[in-house]
Design a protein around this ligand. Structure first.
Ligand SMILES: Nc1ncnc2c1ncn2[C@@H]1O[C@H](COP(=O)(O)OP(=O)(O)OP(=O)(O)O)[C@@H](O)[C@H]1O
Ligand SMILES: [Mg+2]
Length: 335
């Protein structure tokens, strides 16, 4: 039997969400095939053997005893390549993306740069960094200029149309993200986003549908059907995601023309390949109202994995059950 380590929790804002994902995985893993070792990382970064709640003092020795590791972690220190680096050092097979894809996928600015390179359509954007009490404006050729918040906001409004979305480059679950309808809000939201990351992305807002596609594989990658997110909120904020009961998902998306969903599936695989993805990812898009134009938004290398999460649901609707999905992911880790 394969000894499989399921690592969950973690030092990110998504600790609890990760625990929910892990709960579903633990319930669905086939105990006839796997010897399961659940490992909990608390918010301070301490590791525990979950079953008897004992602290793991020698983490590397502990991990060396496992055959394969499934990091069920979202956000910083889990989805961003850091823990994947540890597995590489230990030469342990693990589920999902390697170091590079994880860190690129976690960083919204770098994801944009790669998507731009392969010609995927995305929203217009600007990139600034927080620097002491000012900001560094970074142009498309990576020339830098130190400017005030006032000057940054002027420059951005010259180049982008309102509404805009202001995002910490490294974040997740919409934490630190806001929508601005005017310059006052833009300045306020830049300052807010700067509390979560020194790198800040500002994007033009898209008025449209929000759809997602799941991908699975290493060299041979398959894409699921396309699902849609619906929220009565202004956008899919943290509260809309986890608190608003009226937020819902359509799997598959209703009344979506075949040529559009085919194109989304194609782009999802291309995006995954472009960041050097392995194993799994969920790729998120907008479809603009009126024009039906597709915009790629982001790639999540460790998407939510509860039994009602979009990633497993999309594959379930495409004929791959939750349990089968786990088997395939574990097999892909060893390929
Ligand atoms: N350019 C945009 N136009 C319209 N809506 C946007 C735009 N960018 C973000 N949004 C809205 O904000 C939400 C959160 O943004 P985004 O998906 O980029 O970050 P995130 O969800 O925090 O990242 P992650 O999925 O990694 O947790 C989106 O689901 C969408 O509702
Ligand atoms: Mg998102």
């Amino acid at each position: 039997m394969k000894k499989i380590g399921i690592i969950f929790g973690g030092m990110s804002t998504e600790n609890e969400i990760s625990a929910q994902s892990a709960k579903s995985i633990l319930e669905n893993l086939d105990t006839k095939k796997y010897e399961i070792y659940p490992i909990y990382i608390d918010k301070e970064g301490k590791w525990y053997q979950y079953q008897d709640n004992s602290k793991i003092s020698n983490i590397t020795e502990y991990l060396k005893g496992l055959d394969v590791i499934f990091p069920v972690l979202h956000g910083l220190y889990g989805e961003d390549g850091t823990i994947q680096g540890l597995f590489e050092l230990l030469k342990k097979p693990y589920v999902g993306c390697k170091v590079l894809a994880s860190s690129v996928g976690m960083d919204k600015v770098y994801t944009k740069i790669i998507f731009e390179k392969i010609g995927l359509n995305q929203t217009k954007y600007e990139y600034i960094r927080k620097y002491k009490n000012q900001y560094i404006y970074v142009d498309k050729k990576f020339n830098e200029e130190i400017i005030t918040l006032e000057e940054a906001s002027k420059k951005i409004t010259q180049n982008l149309k309102f509404p805009m979305f202001i995002k910490p480059s490294n974040s997740g679950s919409s934490v630190g993200i806001n929508k601005a309808k005017n310059e006052e809000e833009l300045k306020k939201h830049i300052q807010y986003a700067a509390q979560f990351d020194t790198k800040i992305l500002i994007e033009e807002g898209i008025n449209g549908r929000e759809v997602e596609c799941a991908v699975l594989g290493n060299e041979e990658v398959i894409a699921s059907c396309v699902g849609e997110i619906k929220t009565p909120d202004e956008f899919y904020s943290y509260d809309a995601k986890y608190k608003n009961q009226e937020s819902k998902t359509d799997i598959p998306a209703q009344n979506l023309p075949n040529d559009i969903s085919d194109e989304i599936r194609k782009q999802a695989i291309k995006a995954f390949k472009s960041i050097d993805g392995k194993g799994l990812s969920r790729v998120d898009f907008f479809i603009e109202n009126n024009t039906n134009k597709i915009y790629i938004n982001e790639i999540n290398t460790l998407p939510g994995f509860t039994s009602i999460s979009m990633y497993p649901k999309l594959f379930e609707a495409s004929g791959i059950s939750y349990q089968e999905l786990l088997d395939r992911l574990i097999k892909l880790a060893n390929d």
